[in-house]
Design a protein around this ligand. Structure first.
Ligand code: PHE
Length: 340
């Protein structure tokens, strides 16, 4: 008899199910009024005295095992139910909603757009896949012009070399001049592509904002004032200098340096000890470019300028590696959450 009870204990311990009805069946089978346990308890009086103690202990063992098993199976079932439920545990803490932030390139681009729209510039856009005319030829860079090598180009169609990824947004200015009559005041932000080795300071994809102003009697002095207004608004600094330079589409041409100052060690490092930083290229629109876009250079003149947004963002936020803009590392992007 005792062996029979021990066999039941083993059965109870091995019993497994995840079906609620089977748990209940199991409970009734062992613990119910007409169940196995009560049957053994009823046997108790027939057991010889010297076996009563062991018999009693073994039955109690079976009872505890059966009770524990029923309890454990019920708990497992209710856990499962909770997981499956539509809402689960309603009292648990809410899940964090992660708000995104603007990318620093977009932030700086928007800042530049705001500054120029305050003085009457609108925003123009154009295709990233361009033709030779808008990216080069119309900009006074005819075929075989050596200055084409200044911008290592990704060609899409190579025979003839006609379709390409734009190397600057000056192409948008050509399109704008073709479609609009002066006065023209427009800035063209956008993504540009150059076949350059990727390093901490340059990338094969980057962003530019180029500006164009065409009207009667626009002079170099207007250009300088506009740039001073811009640097004052963006950096809080209006001391600039214009260094003679060369671009095929402007004459005269200049590089714009801003006086950054030499107050901190960082200032020394980023200006290489000079206090000056180059921030963009500019010049008076070459009469040939105006002619190519059906604007009479006898009647109109204008200026143009162009800058890299990454470069400006790196200065504003003291970012030392241009590659960070494209890696989408949340540790980097999250730092711009508090900035509008
Ligand atoms: N397009 C020039 C560049 O990509 C920048 C520039 C624009 C220079 C307008 C002068 C005038 O480097």
């Amino acid at each position: 008899m005792i062996d029979k009870i021990k066999a039941h204990i083993a059965d109870v311990e091995n019993f497994q199910t995840d079906v609620a009805e089977e748990v209940e069946k199991f409970r009734i089978e062992y613990l119910g009024k007409k169940g196995i346990l009560n049957a053994f308890f009823a046997e108790f009086k027939n057991v010889p005295n010297e076996q009563k103690k062991e018999f009693g202990q073994t039955i109690n063992e079976l009872k505890t095992a059966a009770q524990n098993k029923v309890e454990a199976l019920k708990n497992a079932l209710s856990d499962k139910q909770e997981e499956k439920g539509v809402y689960g545990d309603l009292s648990r803490p809410g899940e964090e909603i992660n708000l995104g932030s603007r990318h620093p390139i977009s932030m700086v681009k928007n800042q530049i757009i705001d500054i120029f729209s305050n003085i009457g510039f609108n925003v123009s856009e154009g295709p990233e896949i361009e033709d030779d005319w808008h990216n080069f030829t119309a900009l006074n860079l005819p075929e075989y012009h050596p200055a084409r090598d200044m911008q290592d180009t990704f060609f899409i169609q190579t025979n003839p070399e006609d379709i390409l990824l734009r190397t600057h947004t000056s192409s948008v200015q050509v399109r704008y001049m073709e479609e609009n009559k002066p006065p023209i005041r427009t800035i063209s932000p956008g993504r540009v592509f150059r076949n350059e080795a990727i390093s901490a300071r340059s990338h094969c994809i980057f962003h530019q904002v180029e500006g164009l102003y065409i009207d009667k009697d626009v002079s170099f002095a207007d250009l300088k004032q506009t740039l001073q207004y811009f640097t004052q608004q963006l950096f809080g600094k209006s001391k600039i200098r214009l260094r003679p330079s060369y671009f095929p589409f402007t004459e005269p041409s200049a590089e714009v340096d801003i006086y950054w100052g030499l107050k901190t060690e960082t200032d020394y490092r980023i200006t290489k000890g000079t206090g000056w930083l180059e921030i963009m290229g500019c010049g008076m629109v070459d009469p040939n470019v105006l002619k190519n876009c059906n604007i009479n250079p006898e009647d109109y003149s204008g200026f143009a300028f162009g800058m890299g947004i990454e470069r400006i963002a790196m200065l504003l936020y003291q970012i030392s590696d241009i590659r960070m803009f494209y890696e989408n590392d949340l540790r980097f992007l999250n730092q711009f959450k508090s900035v509008i």
